[in-house]
Design a protein around this ligand. Structure first.
Ligand code: ADP
Ligand code: MG
Length: 397
């Protein structure tokens, strides 16, 4: 696998995006006191952009001249990286922009990717400033590797890219309702869990998925129909150049070749429109009452939440977990405690299900609670998504 890893140049220049309101609001202080001296030592030059509002990092990532930077460093929680990735994917040059090495330095209350990278590097479990130190050390070493992204499509037409997770039900509601305890750092999720355990809710919906194992044989037999089908078989799916319905018409006079390049969008070759039922080779979950659904691409959903211990940075899978209704509060408490060590499947609970998938669709039968993507809130509506192998690059150990 040596060829797929990369190394930052010596004396590199990095763009640092820092959210001063992340977590307990200490990101700026931690950057100056902990990170900056290590960067100086490693001859890494940087320019710091302090975000001023929600989605500021999204705009900066979309507009910035990326040729100036060897890497984009996010000193914040997972939410800011989510913005950066989506900003990069909105650029006309998204194909090259999304390959810019990214780096996460944990400064938020949700530092799942940092914890996952620490885990992949076989480092002992750490949090807070120790985790920050490890991640800063990764940056100083400069080694980067591919990372999978998920393309999510909402029934409303919205499209988002996700590096971490999609959720509905208990786990998402904990994430969003605990925002008010941001000052507690990652302990906010424990407080939120105990609070929501007092009135366990059921979420009704239809969940379907394409299992990871059968994907290669099944996709080749897919008929070329639907909004995301390849227009001609000689094009690999990632280079299809038909614009989707949402792309603005480009009216600038340009040579045909650059028009083609700029208008190309990333196709979701495994998905069919919401009006159509999922393809026949997909699995439709028989249960329609859930306590929680989580699709995760990395091992950790938080520093102390190891949802998918076997997940890797670019394993081309969404690790789908769902908890069906009927689980007791004690069962949920046991689950919560097991997730701290990643032992939840050893509980052998008939309500806890796990399957690695390439794509999924979730159709809520009632709009209830929050949906989340990478810890950021979405309105509850039908959603489907698929994995895109190695779409981004991330600096790790
Ligand atoms: P946390 O892990 O604590 O949630 P994040 O970095 O994920 O921290 O950021 C949380 C939210 O803060 C994101 O939605 C982001 O858009 C928003 N944000 C960024 N900069 C600011 C700012 N200056 N003031 C308020 N919110 C901000
Ligand atoms: Mg967040």
């Amino acid at each position: 696998e040596g060829g797929i890893h990369g190394l930052l140049p010596q004396k590199c220049q990095v763009m640092v995006l820092l959210n001063p309101r992340s977590g307990a609001g200490e990101a700026l202080h931690l950057f100056t006191s902990q990170v900056q001296p290590m960067l100086t030592e490693a001859s890494i030059g940087f320019h710091k952009f302090v975000t001023e509002k929600h989605n500021h990092a999204w705009d900066l990532a979309r507009e910035e001249d990326m040729s100036k930077w060897d890497a984009v460093v996010i000193m914040a929680g997972d939410g800011l990286l989510h913005e950066v990735i989506n900003g990069l994917m909105e650029r006309p040059d998204w194909k090259t922009a999304i390959q810019k090495p990214l780096c996460i330095l944990p400064g938020g209350s949700g530092n799942a990717l940092a914890a996952s990278l620490n885990h992949y590097a076989s480092r002992s479990h750490v949090a807070k400033e120790e985790l920050l130190k490890n991640c800063t050390y990764f940056l100083c070493k400069g080694l980067h590797a591919p990372m999978d992204l998920v393309s999510l499509r909402m029934a409303s037409g919205k499209r988002l890219f996700s590096f971490l997770s999609f959720g509905w039900g208990f786990v998402s509601d904990v994430d969003i309702t605990s925002e008010r305890y941001r000052k507690l750092g990652s302990a906010r999720f424990t407080v939120g869990t105990f609070q929501l355990l007092t009135s366990l809710q059921v979420y009704k919906g239809r969940l379907s998925y394409l299992p990871a194992e059968i994907q290669s044989s099944a996709s080749s037999s897919l008929p070329p129909t639907g909004m995301n089908a390849c227009p001609s078989p000689q094009h690999p799916p990632h280079q299809v150049s038909t614009a989707n319905g949402k792309s603005p018409v480009n009216i600038l006079p340009q040579p045909a070749s650059s028009l083609l390049k700029e208008d190309s969008v990333l196709e979701d070759s495994l998905l069919v429109p919401f009006e159509q039922p999922v393809p026949k080779h997909w699995t439709v979950v028989p249960e329609e009452e859930f306590v929680s659904i989580v699709g995760i691409q990395q091992s950790h959903l938080g520093t102390d939440f190891i949802i998918a211990p076997t997940a890797k940075l670019f394993d081309d899978a969404i690790h789908l977990f769902y908890v069906t209704a009927g689980i007791s509060r004690m069962g949920m408490l046991k689950l919560f405690m097991a997730v701290e060590k990643g032992n939840q499947l050893a509980l052998n609970s008939p309500h806890v299900h796990y399957v690695p998938v390439k794509a999924f669709r979730l159709e809520p039968l009632e709009p209830k609670g929050f949906m989340t993507v990478d810890g950021e809130v979405l309105t509850c509506e039908p959603v489907q998504g698929q994995i895109h192998n190695r779409l981004a690059r991330i600096i790790g150990g």
